[in-house]
Design a protein around this ligand. Structure first.
Ligand SMILES: [Zn+2]
Length: 470
């Protein structure tokens, strides 16, 4: 963020749905920082391009010198480009830094994540992701990176002018296994970041390891004003409400995250819920890449917090209308520096937005998508298959699950070396635990797993004959 020195956080921050900061007391230290950052972000979103570029090059200069001095992996990489520690990074130099693949991050994980970080960025926070292209990864972050994450989350809430006194609902994986149906979990407020700064209404959470029917019954009972979940859940929920003739009049708007969405989901939400939908483009390893404009359907890149490049096959920046590879460099995570990291998504570059914000525009993101699991009973549920465990199995380079029948799953794997019967058994057990069934699970080893013809990467694909959702 501009004036990066203001991002110093003394306290661990809890994640959404877990924070129980008293809503009516003065904002915490983190809350004050978040408010100060919002004030900066209100201005920077209108900065001329040259001014934003100066800010970004300054951040890249700091990141590069840290990476060079503390991470052997980057020392070699940057030295090969003729880099001298501390030299100001220019746009021309930056284009000579090689693109960092997900496979490289997996293979050199210790070299990238082990090493000192400035004291005022601590503590560390660990996370994991199954990735945009089915390539699991552990993530090491800092408190400072987390503050940037919260600042972008709050910015999105403010852009879309949500009423914080309303009731907020989310259907998602919960870490503490305490939000299962039928009741889910009730919280007194929205959690971080909003409740760190403003008084809020209540929040309700339902674990996504539950069926569409259970989601529906819970929503009808809770009557929330806002709903946050993945596009795969929202799409199927809307279809289910439509076919059953159900309504949810309390609902004012919806938000999606975690998967590639499309105009079909937005239209469904309008038709079935008479509500708008906003999408968040984020990734655990880099934070928010882009947020949907409050006035248009396109996304604004979060240029204060990271550099996003969309490149063609020759490595040149794409022009508006062209689709290219998304390459991201987050400025504030010094624990796991990612320099020109190809996240595994494709995006279409857009022309400047009519809203007046100068933040660059993406019109479409082709990332990870997912079909729902069909249980033998016919009930459908989110394909939640335990990203943390998969990311900890370091032999897995890439994974895709295909449902072949009501009783059969095929695990497609690209592995580092031999996977082995013991790992197969561990994965079998873990998948069935997470999917809540007893599927017959077979393994299919491959050299690579390709994207769907749409350009999206399906991490769970329904291949049941005649059952595929239309
Ligand atoms: Zn806009």
């Amino acid at each position: 963020m501009p004036g990066g020195s203001t991002i110093v956080s003394p306290n661990p921050i809890e994640t959404i749905a877990d924070a129980s900061a008293p809503a009516s007391t003065p904002a915490s230290a983190v809350g004050h920082q978040l408010l100060a950052l919002q004030e900066q972000l209100r201005h920077t979103q209108y900065w001329p391009a040259e001014r934003m570029l100066r800010h970004q090059l300054q951040q890249l200069t700091e990141l590069a010198v840290h990476a060079y001095r503390t991470r052997p992996f980057y020392r070699a990489r940057l030295a090969a480009c003729g880099y001298h520690p501390g030299q100001p990074i220019t746009a021309e130099f930056w284009r000579t830094v090689p693109i960092l693949t997900r496979r490289e991050v997996q293979d050199h994980f210790a070299d990238i994540t082990e090493g000192p970080v400035p004291q005022d960025h601590l503590p560390f926070i660990w996370d994991s992701t199954s990735g945009s292209s089915g390539m699991p990864l552990r993530i090491k972050k800092t408190q400072r990176a987390q503050l940037a994450w919260l600042a972008a989350t709050l910015r999105e809430e403010l852009w879309h002018r949500r009423d914080f006194s309303a009731k907020f609902a989310t259907i998602r994986r919960t870490a503490w296994n305490d939000a299962f149906p039928p009741d889910g979990k009730r919280l007194p407020n929205w959690g971080a970041p909003v409740a760190l700064v403003y008084p809020t209404g209540p929040a309700v959470v339902l674990d996504n390891r539950s069926t569409l029917e259970q989601h529906t019954a819970w929503l009808l009972r809770e009557q929330p004003n806002y709903l946050l979940s993945t596009p795969s859940i929202i799409r199927e929920l809307a279809r289910h409400f439509r076919s059953a003739g159900l309504r949810l009049p309390s609902l004012r708007s919806l938000r999606t995250y975690g998967e590639a969405t499309g105009p079909d989901v937005t239209e469904l939400c309008r038709e079935v819920f008479d509500a708008d939908l906003a999408d968040l483009y984020s990734a655990t390893e880099v934070g928010y890449l882009a947020l949907q404009c409050p006035e248009h359907t396109q996304y604004h890149v979060q240029s204060e917090m990271l550099l996003v490049e969309v490149l063609d096959q020759a490595g040149r920046p794409c022009s508006p209308g062209a689709v290219g590879t998304v390459v991201a460099t987050p400025f504030y995570n010094f624990a796991m520096p990612l320099l020109r990291y190809a996240i595994g998504d494709l995006a279409e570059v857009g022309a400047p937005c009519g809203c007046g914000r100068t933040l660059p525009v993406l019109t479409r993101i082709l990332g990870r998508a997912s079909d729902l699991v069909v249980l033998p009973s016919g009930a459908r549920r989110f394909a939640n298959f335990g990203h943390g465990t998969i990311a900890s199995m370091t032999q897995i380079v890439q994974i895709q699950l295909a449902q072949k029948s009501l009783y059969d799953l095929e695990v497609r794997l690209v592995t580092r070396g031999t996977f082995g019967a013991e790992n197969e058994e561990k994965l079998r057990r873990m998948l069935n635990e997470n999917l809540g069934e007893n599927f017959r699970i077979t393994f299919d080893y491959r050299d690579a797993i390709a994207r769907a013809p749409s350009g999206k990467y399906l991490d769970f694909v329904n291949e049941i004959p005649d059952r595929r959702t239309s």
